[in-house]
Design a binder for this molecule. Structure first.
Ligand SMILES: [Cu+2]
Length: 281
């Protein structure tokens, strides 16, 4: 298990900033009675949404066609309207059409589907890496390219929430990531299978013990994005949320420097409990 390093000023600063700013109106959060997807915040999610729209349009067309044909049959060929039924059993042209058309539809779906699958799979050239480790029942994060910053991210219980903090989604130390940066994501686990899922990024990947899964994200706009563990991982499965705060590259660099300094100070034993300010806030 990673050592817990509470660098970020926990709930207080976070809550104040969120209540003051309009982070809450920000992208990555489900709204009451919401339909469809959250606003996409990564190229992968943008493409997932486009692909969804394509498949949905095809679905609607098929449903309307089948319903139309059924309605026509009920009206045109019922016992009263058509007392003497035709004895035909085969129609070669019709059979070719109803075999070929579905094949064409499947190809139209398969081609963009595979393209998207490979696009989402991994990134050739990444600017930085975030390693995500699942634990029963919290997440640990490591930034190997930024001086090995490490911290645990633990849920803030309902009674400790500050005004404006979303219930079951607020954590003590949130992930901070820069926007417009190709970020390689590595997932693993210390105990059982967890799953790191953020709807706005189009991400949902297992964190399995003993292996590393890879994905990537390029966050397109600053804001706060939330997600949850999406693999039933034990009794507190519902209580290991994910909170990513996307900031400008400059602010991220500032944040990373502050974390490194705090870690160094803690190592030197200068301070017992280090709580660095989160300049990204
Ligand atoms: Cu889990």
């Amino acid at each position: 298990m990673l050592k817990t390093m509470r660098f970020l000023t926990p709930a207080a600063a976070l809550g104040g900033a969120m209540a003051a700013g309009n982070a809450f109106a920000g992208q990555g959060l489900p709204k009451p009675w919401q339909m469809w997807f959250q606003e996409p915040a990564s190229p992968v999610m943008e493409r997932i949404e486009q692909f969804h729209d394509l498949v949905f349009a095809i679905e609607v067309a098929i449903v309307l066609l089948v319903l139309g044909i059924m309605a026509y049959i009920v009206v045109r060929f019922n016992h009263k309207a058509n007392p003497v039924p035709s004895k035909n059993t085969h129609n070669t042209l019709l059979e070719v059409i109803w075999t070929v058309v579905p094949i064409i539809i499947l190809v139209v779906i398969a081609v963009p589907s595979f393209k998207l699958l490979y696009f989402a799979d991994h990134i050739e050239k990444s600017d930085m890496t975030l390693k995500v480790t699942g634990n029963q029942w919290f997440w640990s994060y490591t930034y190997p390219d930024n001086g090995d910053i490490q911290f645990d991210s633990i849920i803030v219980s309902a009674e400790d929430l500050k005004p404006g903090q979303p219930r079951l989604l607020t954590v003590d130390n949130n992930v901070v990531l820069p926007v417009d940066t190709n970020i390689r994501l590595l997932f693993t686990s210390n105990d059982v299978i967890h799953n790191w899922a953020i709807p706005a990024f189009g991400l949902k990947l297992d964190a399995s013990p003993g292996r590393i899964n890879e994905s990537w994200v390029r966050i397109t706009s600053e804001g706060d994005y939330w997600g949850m563990c999406s693999e039933l991982c034990g009794v507190n499965h519902a209580f290991m949320p994910i909170h990513v705060q996307a900031v400008s590259k400059a602010k991220f660099a500032e944040w990373a420097t502050a974390q490194k300094k705090a870690a160094a100070a803690e190592r030197d034993g200068k301070t017992k409990v280090v709580q660095a300010e989160n300049p990204a806030r």
